[in-house]
Design a protein around this ligand. Structure first.
Ligand code: 8YV
Length: 312
């Protein structure tokens, strides 16, 4: 008999097809009445497949008393209630490494877009404004200072790309990384003060919630740019809006938001803001590789083998 798997949200189509071949898949996102749906599968679901954004909260975990594993289609697992999983000895897996380059590419793309106004130029041409004159000048990347918040795999990959553009890199995190070839700045406000562009590549979750607050944004300053490819939760979005509106912060380029897919309407009207619909890992190649890791973790679990990418 195929093991029963709850699929919380849609993921990469080919991965969903593979799940259908290998497991009895129950699609929570298609249920008209999710609570009744969960009640109907509670006595058989042994695995939960979810995304980085959707995760699995305590209520979902409690609703599935036979769950043994939560396989997260994403590197970030901050939306999984690890305490609830641990209390039931439920394994949690994620999809590290395979998405590092894509997320770093997007971070670089956002850095370049904010400085060189690519999206803005696109809107300008489409609106026919070029006929009246050229776009305002942008800012060179060469020689500008990049602050990375969270020098993990993605932060390091973003740093290398920025260096190739002639930027100077420094970083902040919970502790210095002796192997890192960049200066460590223990105080985030100080890093923001010393940066022209601040890129967020740190994990989300309660430990980093609103780490980027009004003080950090003010330190980044009227000529500074905030780039977020991490989680919306790490930024105090109200403070970000206020800083952009008052001119205390120069620009922002955001792939993630506090309440996705809802984006604060005030941001939509700002020309100095670049907006993306959480697409850091959104390429065919990477989503396929992420899906394969989900499948590999499930297969290992049901075969009683060590999980390839277990986080908890
Ligand atoms: C995905 C992500 O957008 O890896 C993460 O943590 O946020 C993303 O790669 C998401 O998990 C796919 O829906």
């Amino acid at each position: 008999m195929k093991p029963d798997v709850l699929l919380a949200v849609p993921i990469y189509p080919a991965t969903m097809e593979a799940l259908d071949r290998l497991y009895a898949v129950h699609r929570l996102f298609e249920a008209a009445d999710p609570a009744a749906f969960l009640g109907g599968v509670a006595d058989k679901v042994r695995a939960i497949v979810t995304s980085g954004g959707a995760g699995a909260d305590a209520a979902l975990i409690a609703a599935l008393p036979k769950a043994e594993i939560i396989a997260c289609f994403g590197v970030g697992y901050d939306a999984v209630d690890l305490g609830a999983a641990r209390a039931r000895n439920i394994a949690v897996t994620n999809t590290p490494d395979v998405l590092t380059d894509d997320v770093a590419d997007l971070a670089l793309g956002l850095i370049i877009d904010a400085a060189r106004r690519i999206s803005r130029g696109d809107r300008f041409v489409r609106a026919g404004k070029w006929l009246q004159g050229g776009l305002e000048l942008g800012t060179a990347l060469r020689g500008r200072r990049l602050g990375i918040v969270g020098l993990g795999r993605i932060g390091l990959a973003a740093a290398r790309r920025a260096e190739a553009c002639g930027m100077f890199v420094a970083y902040h995190g919970p502790r210095p990384k002796p192997e890192a070839p960049y200066p460590y700045v223990a105080d985030l406000v100080e890093l923001a003060r010393r940066s022209d562009v601040l890129v967020l590549t740190l994990p989300g979750g309660t430990g980093t919630r609103h780490l980027v607050n009004a003080e950090v944004l003010a330190a980044l300053g009227p000529k500074g740019t905030l780039v977020n490819v991490a989680r919306g939760s790490v930024v105090d979005e109200t403070a970000l809006l206020a800083a952009l509106q008052s001119g205390a912060l120069g620009a922002a380029a955001l792939d993630v938001f506090a309440d996705e897919p809802r984006v604060p309407p005030a941001l939509l009207a700002m020309e100095n803001v670049v907006l993306q619909p959480h697409v850091g890992s959104a390429t065919h190649e990477t989503r396929a590789a992420m899906g394969q890791l989900v499948l590999d973790n499930l297969a290992a679990h049901f075969a009683g083998q060590a999980l390839p990418t277990r986080v908890a």
